[in-house]
Design a protein. Structure first.
Length: 402
């Protein structure tokens, strides 16, 4: 009788395949190993965040500041599209609200740029809640068209002659008597200025830390919503709005609040953009529809419906764009891919990112974060806590105390 491994039956082969697919390690969720890994990841992130403004060059700090703005904007869109399933192609308008709110309040009424952030948050929330009203009756491509119209109309409204007294019209605020001079601005908070001299190169680390603060705030808001009962309601609406309504979820209120919060969070990096660039015009690329598409692509590449997806996607996007920014001349392109890209006089960064997006959608539709989870799952299995573990532990504690 032949050994089982040498038989012609498919059963031993399936058994071998199952053994090979079995993870090498098992980690309990919330256990010691799980917390050690989290602390190591947190330490690595903190090290990178501290190293950039203290040891990095000025150009690296500028690039990372732009990446932080993209992270926050993509996270705000992810809350709307990734978790609620509402498509928006007009988030550049909410970004623009942050740009113009900071510019107008600083140049017209002498506010500190930091004090304009709460105002931009509230204004964008109100506008977002109003824009969400059509979302109560339409969805899919029709909602995308409505938000696309918002993204197209916003720059034109900022150029409108009747609003030129406020927005500067076609010239914007940086080419008028109300120029936003970032090197001569005070960043006091109710008369308190702990920042010191923020002129020239000294201001770059400051803007970087402001960007870090915005990303942390947006991440905590998104995480707080996703991990709460409202987060489960968002997923239910995304998967089946009819079933969610039957279960008692208020669709109108939930969609309105989420749309408003998403818009409000997207305005914060707009405020950062004004502070870092000192430019307030309707022709700024970040308030055009192209920026909305960029937010969407970053979110999808990183992983829609995951908290870390937009962060990873924005970092990869800026890395590709930065590395390929000088490829306008054939001799600067690496020899292996030179025949493919030497015909263009434009830096191919966005084109390469688009090609990578197409390939990623075939290989990993869930984005980079989803691909990472699938790969890690082959080697490490995370064992979740048994349902009701926390409740039983609390009951045992009460019984022991009594």
């Amino acid at each position: 009788m032949k050994p089982a491994t040498t038989t012609n039956s498919g059963r031993p082969r399936r058994l071998l395949a199952a053994i090979r697919r079995k993870p090498w390690f098992a980690i309990k969720s919330g256990g010691t190993a799980s917390w050690v890994i989290r602390l190591l990841v947190a330490a690595a992130v903190v090290y990178v965040v501290v190293w950039v403004p203290t040891r990095g060059s000025g150009s690296l700090i500028d690039t990372c500041t732009l990446a932080l703005g993209l992270m926050a904007a993509a996270m705000s869109l992810n809350l709307l599209l990734g978790y609620t399933g509402q498509i928006s192609l007009g988030h550049s308008a909410f970004f623009g609200i942050g740009v113009y709110t900071t510019g107008i309040f600083v140049t017209r009424w002498g506010w500190s740029p930091l004090q304009t952030m709460p105002v931009a948050f509230v204004v964008a929330f109100v506008v977002g809640a109003l824009v969400s009203l059509p979302a109560l009756r339409i969805k899919g491509v029709y909602l995308a068209l409505v938000t696309l119209a918002l993204g197209l109309v916003f720059p034109q409204m900022m150029k409108w002659k009747k609003l030129a007294w406020l927005t500067g019209g076609t010239n914007g605020l940086d080419q008028t008597g109300y120029k936003f001079d970032k090197d001569n601005r005070t960043y006091e908070i109710f008369g308190w200025n702990p920042w010191g001299n923020l002129r020239g190169e000294n201001s770059k680390p400051f803007y970087f830390w402001v960007g870090v603060g915005i990303v942390v705030v947006v991440y905590l808001i998104c995480r707080g919503i996703v991990k709460s009962r409202m987060g489960r309601a968002l997923v239910a609406i995304r998967d089946n709005s009819t079933a969610a309504s039957v279960m008692g979820i208020n669709l109108a209120l939930t969609k309105g609040v989420v749309f408003g919060l998403s818009a409000a969070m997207c305005a914060l990096p707009g405020c950062l953009s004004t502070m870092a660039s000192g430019t307030v015009t309707a022709d700024t690329e970040m308030i055009t529809v192209a920026a909305s598409i960029t937010f969407l692509v970053i979110m999808v590449v990183g992983g829609a419906g995951s908290l870390w997806g937009p962060i990873i996607g924005a970092a990869v996007f800026k890395f590709v764009e930065e590395k390929t920014g000088g490829w306008t001349e054939a001799e600067k392109i690496p020899g292996v891919i030179r025949p493919l890209l030497s015909w263009s006089d434009v830096a191919p960064g966005q084109g390469i990112f688009a090609i990578a997006l197409i390939g990623l959608m075939f290989l990993a539709p869930t984005g980079i974060v989803g691909l990472w989870k699938q790969t890690i799952a082959r080697f490490v299995a995370v064992v979740p806590k048994p349902a009701g573990t926390g409740t039983l532990a609390a009951m045992d504690s009460v019984a022991t105390d009594s």
